[in-house]
Design a protein around this ligand. Structure first.
Ligand code: MTE
Ligand code: CO
Length: 429
């Protein structure tokens, strides 16, 4: 811990050593109260110093009409893995989960997955068509959509391939790469149900085909029950219009379902009957099982969690009290509980869930004031959702699913904290 962090301003302006602050603020928390924090040297004017930035005027209010993160945070960026895909356009990058707090992913660092590059769509020209088995085929402009009732909701989006490289063994040394095909934002848009009702769907309607306006013309089938449940046609994320990379000006939001169904640059929704099922059955989005058969319709993202601090990008800096923090989510509802193990899954301690705890949304968890004595640790987190489903160990998951699939790896992650505080991605037998 640096000296800069060792003091916390007190209400009356007097700096209080952090250790004292923690004692005062979290009275009764034995783990914290007995700990020591390094460099809590006490307050003095000399300790603060008079750095350059306090001797001169700062930036003007006109310097950054659209603000950016501090230059000291320039390493917090999306990153890609060069060998993963043949081209840079049909590729993927990863959210820097290790640097996030709370549950919201800032727009500029939401991972991107494109099959034909990010389309640059003019909202004036953009249209959304709804047709097929409907009473009234409709063509919406963006202005039309913006005059309809809208909702705002937080949801995570996880690519089905998240963790896909980790099936056989621990492969990538960073939570950004093992778990970073996920983001969690607040979407604003029109409920899809409302648009379908406006078009008047046939009683025989069973499937939707949704299509994007990118070079890939990405399309997927959505079962009608899901479409009429909680899907949204979103035009905004985290309070502003969608980013180009995330499908500006329109994307489908399919809460809890795999990212692939969340079609970006959404331009067409065609309504079909049960005969369309065959198309979805032969889609490549199935999970190959050990016996050669494939699981199909694995749309819901299974309950999962990961510790984001410590992790390979966030090594432990000092012995004594440390905070363990991470994220949990489930495509089937809200996260009910998260446990943390410090001995590779033998013993578990219940973590504290920091609100809000929302359905099909990331949930932040903490184990506060954990005392690290400098010994190596095999750290794991295990999430349980409101259906009672428990996130499995990799050995259990492999027994059922084998190692041939790329998709839907929701196994427990193990971080090995070494004596020096460094953290490695490892696989326990
Ligand atoms: N929609 C279109 N039009 N084109 C695409 O390539 N990729 C899909 C989905 N929607 C894709 C798309 C996949 S596989 C995922 S995981 C998500 O978008 C990724 O969303 P993001 O780029 O906002 O992270
Ligand atoms: Co995907």
């Amino acid at each position: 811990m640096t000296k800069k962090n060792s003091e916390t301003p007190h209400q009356d302006g007097v700096a209080l050593p952090r250790r004292q602050f923690l004692k005062a603020g979290l009275a009764g928390s034995a783990a914290v109260a007995t700990g020591t924090l390094a460099a809590a040297t006490g307050a003095s004017a000399a300790g603060l110093g008079i750095p350059d930035w306090s001797r001169q005027l700062g930036a003007s209010v006109d310097d950054a009409p659209y603000g950016k993160p501090s230059e000291f945070e320039s390493t917090v960026v999306r990153r890609s893995v060069e060998w993963l895909t043949a081209t840079r356009e049909a590729s993927i990058n990863f959210t820097p989960l290790y640097a996030l707090e709370g549950i919201v992913t800032p727009n500029g660092i939401c991972f991107e997955r494109h099959h034909g590059g990010a389309a640059d769509v003019d909202p004036e020209q953009h249209r959304l068509m709804i047709h097929g088995m409907v009473d009234r085929p409709l063509l919406f402009t963006m202005d039309d959509l913006l005059r309809l009732p809208r909702v705002s909701k937080f949801f995570f989006l996880e690519c089905a391939a998240n963790g896909g490289m980790e099936w056989r063994n621990a492969q990538l040394n960073g939570v950004q790469f093992t778990h970073g095909m996920i983001h969690c934002v607040q979407y604003t848009g029109v409920p899809l149900k409302l648009l379908l009702e406006e078009a008047g769907i046939s009683t025989k309607a069973k499937w939707l085909m949704v299509e994007g306006g990118d070079a890939a013309g990405m399309n997927r089938s959505i079962p009608i029950a899901k479409a009429l449940d909680d899907c949204m046609v979103a035009f905004a994320m985290n309070g502003e219009r969608l980013r180009t990379e995330q499908g500006y000006p329109l994307r489908l939001v399919v809460p809890g379902f795999e990212g692939n169904m969340w079609v970006k640059w959404l331009r067409r929704i065609e309504v079909g009957d049960e005969s369309w099922q065959a198309r979805e059955e032969t889609s490549k989005y199935t999970d190959l099982m050990p016996d050669g058969r494939a699981r199909r319709f694995t749309w819901e993202m299974d309950c999962k969690s990961v510790i984001t601090s410590p992790c390979p990008e966030n090594p432990l800096q000092s012995k004594g009290p440390n905070v363990i923090s991470g994220l949990a989510w489930s495509g089937r509802g809200a996260v009910k509980r998260v446990d943390v193990s410090l001995d590779g899954g033998k013993n578990w301690t219940e973590a504290r869930l920091e609100g809000p705890v929302l359905t099909k949304c990331m949930t932040r968890f903490y184990l506060d004031g954990w005392e690290w004595n400098g010994d190596p640790v095999y750290m794991q987190s295990r999430a349980i959702d409101e259906t009672g489903y428990v996130q499995p160990q990799m050995t259990e998951l492999q027994k059922v699913r084998g190692v041939n699939s790329i998709y839907h790896n929701n196994a427990i992650q193990t971080w090995h904290v070494t004596k020096t505080g460094e953290v490695e991605n490892v696989r326990l037998a």
